[in-house]
Design a protein around this ligand. Sequence first.
Ligand SMILES: Cc1cc2nc3c(=O)[nH]c(=O)nc-3n(C[C@H](O)[C@H](O)[C@H](O)COP(=O)(O)OP(=O)(O)OC[C@H]3O[C@@H](n4cnc5c(N)ncnc54)[C@H](O)[C@@H]3O)c2cc1C
Length: 387
Amino acid sequence: MHHYDVIVVGLGTAGSATVMTLAQRGVSVLGIDAFHPPHTLGSHHGESRSVRRAYLEGTAYLPMAIRAWDLWRKLEKDSGEKLLVTTHNLTIGPPDGPAVSGFLASALAGGISHDMLTAAEIHRRWPPLAPPSHFAAGLEKEAGIVFPETCIRIFLAMADAAGARLQVDERVTGWTATSGGIEVRTSQGRYTAGRVLIAAGARTGRLLGVAGAMLTPKRIPVHWITPPDATAYQLGQFPVNFWQVPIDDTAGTCVSYHEFYSLPAINHRGRVKAAFHNQLADGDPETPSPAVSTEEEAVMRAMLTRFLPPLSDRPMTSDTCMYTLTPDDHFLLGPLPQNENVFAVALAGHGFKFAPVLGEILADLLEGRIPAIDMGFFSPQRFAGRE
Ligand SMILES: Cc1cc2nc3c(=O)[nH]c(=O)nc-3n(C[C@H](O)[C@H](O)[C@H](O)COP(=O)(O)OP(=O)(O)OC[C@H]3O[C@@H](n4cnc5c(N)ncnc54)[C@H](O)[C@@H]3O)c2cc1C
């Protein structure tokens, strides 16, 4: 049985970046994936992912967001491929709502260049966007999208070139602690390593056993809309726009919101992509995802009618993707409380933008180094006892 320093289970977003980083550092690493990434059976398909640094989800992400931006640019240089295109990012909602106020707090804390816009200013600059007059937006100009399938292809090509062993179409079925580290069982054999990273996306919970019970796979309907005028919605012209809309504000003390977004079309024939980010149904990664229903499309059309009216009655097709949610919607990243040689990562539906920095951080942890960015906030330890 061949022994490795590290085995990475899952070669999607986090796994491919980590395998690349480890291999480039000369670590002996085996990466295994049940499918052949990039693919449409996990969380990384769909042509585009937004990248921003003013991180309304919390200032704990700021150092990662800033470092990731630089690493995306470095990866472009190293690969010779265009990966990150700036197109502006808008966070739209009530000025005192969690999204807009979180955006502002993060932009100020990180010294990130930004503007605050009124509803009228938003509509004047991007006529398809029609926020109600009491909404505002945080605008981050140096923000954009990356192309997830291309990024993963590059991570894996670079991992391969640096000497990683990559095995695809091989499913990991379990792991056991041994005296020398960890034994990993797959559909085709057994391997041992000093340390293991479980980066299996929506299937991570199952592979962690009891410790994974706090991870919930979610099914995300994703809608593709043909715009009336391709130019106005194109990448570089049309901003990523994230909306936080009060569900019931009659008492003036709203506590729940619809959250949805739309992303620009990435070429002149392209379609705008739109999806909800919260109030998601549970999903089962082991069974084919049910087709998106007419009711699900109608809920999205209702949002478009209110906030992006020119798209409301345009042709729409839909597919699905997966999130892996944690109880607090923050990442889970680090060693398991039960076994310091088994590491896990779960990205709570907002992790792609961080892929290269996650690769750097996870490689540090797997090598037994302390990452330059503190990961305490994301430790699996915070859920210990909640399984
Ligand atoms: C619709 C949608 C839109 C999103 N938009 C954004 C965005 O704009 N910006 C952003 O930053 N993030 C976004 N995200 C979130 C981001 O894409 C995910 O957080 C990220 O891709 C998750 O990466 P992962 O490595 O955990 O999972 P994946 O990329 O899915 O990788 C997991 C891999 O593990 C493999 N695997 C699973 N089980 C096994 C097994 N038993 N054995 C071996 N291999 C296995 C799978 O085949 C897969 O390749 C979005 C997600 C969705 C669904």
